[in-house]
Design a binder for this molecule. Structure first.
Ligand code: SAM
Length: 238
């Protein structure tokens, strides 16, 4: 079966930094994830779904850490590869073509595993959460920055539709005012994908928290993104 999400990101890759990359709320999310990670000098960080590298670069701006960045889109990784070269960051960043559904790192490898607006793309989320705990060192931190929106349920359920439209109303206003028409068009397309559960689905942070608890994480906290209630940051400790 054709992977709808992969095709979608392939088509989006070239415009990514000029669309979502222009939205201040997105940068705020990435900065909050880095802050909550408490990253420090020498830490080994894994960025799952790195895309064009926006989160990885913020980690490196914050501390002298090293980042392994994975993504299952070759097009996204190629764009990131060019940035790494231009910024002379080859010693600090290792990028890999790898799917979040089948992470293959050794146990106890990372101090921090972080992921922004990626893991909701997985249909089956629990095995990846379990794997993330396994590859973290004892005391390591998992930081998730994502949309707090439950899109599960029947497509014909009008309550479900209203829930999603509530998020989209706020998100599309930001997209248009901060990124212009191109960003609006892209995020509108994104919105339709969420409404129709096109190849994937989002879940609420209550559901993410429950998955982390089931996987054995402790000290799980969830914080809203200031000024934008639909995005949250979860921290879970191994
Ligand atoms: C919305 S972008 C987020 C990129 C970056 N984390 C950011 O916040 O700007 C989502 C990224 O996740 C990647 N992705 C989606 N599903 C994935 C999967 N199953 N495994 C690895 N990467 C995936 C996409 O290719 C895309 O680059």
């Amino acid at each position: 079966m054709k992977d709808i999400t992969k095709t979608w990101f392939k088509n989006w890759s070239n415009e990514y930094d000029n669309t979502l990359g222009k939205v201040k709320r997105h940068h705020k999310l990435l900065e909050t994830v880095v802050k909550e990670s408490k990253v420090k000098r020498g830490d080994k960080v894994l960025d799952i779904g790195c895309g064009t590298g926006l989160l990885t670069l913020k980690f490196l701006q914050k501390a002298a850490c090293s980042v392994t960045a994975i993504d299952n889109s070759k097009d996204m990784l190629m764009l990131f590869k060019d940035k790494i070269k231009k910024l002379h960051l080859k010693d600090k960043i290792t990028y890999k073509f790898e799917d979040a559904a089948s992470i293959r790192f050794a146990k106890n490898s990372f101090d921090i595993v972080a992921s922004t607006v990626t893991l909701h793309h997985l249909k089956n989320k629990y095995p990846t959460i379990k794997k993330i705990r396994e590859i973290l060192k004892p005391g390591g931190r998992f930081i998730l920055g994502d949309i707090d929106m439950d899109t599960t349920g029947k497509l014909t359920d009008t309550k479900r539709l209203l829930r999603i439209l509530g998020y989209l109303k706020d998100e599309l206003v930001l997209a248009l005012s901060e990124g212009g028409v191109e960003t609006f068009k892209r995020m509108y397309d994104n919105g339709k994908k969420h409404i129709l559960n096109d190849g994937e689905y989002c879940i609420s942070f209550k559901q993410w928290k429950a998955l982390c608890k089931k996987a054995g994480f402790s000290k799980i906290t969830v914080k809203p993104l200031p000024d934008f209630k639909w995005f949250k940051v979860l921290v879970a400790v191994k």
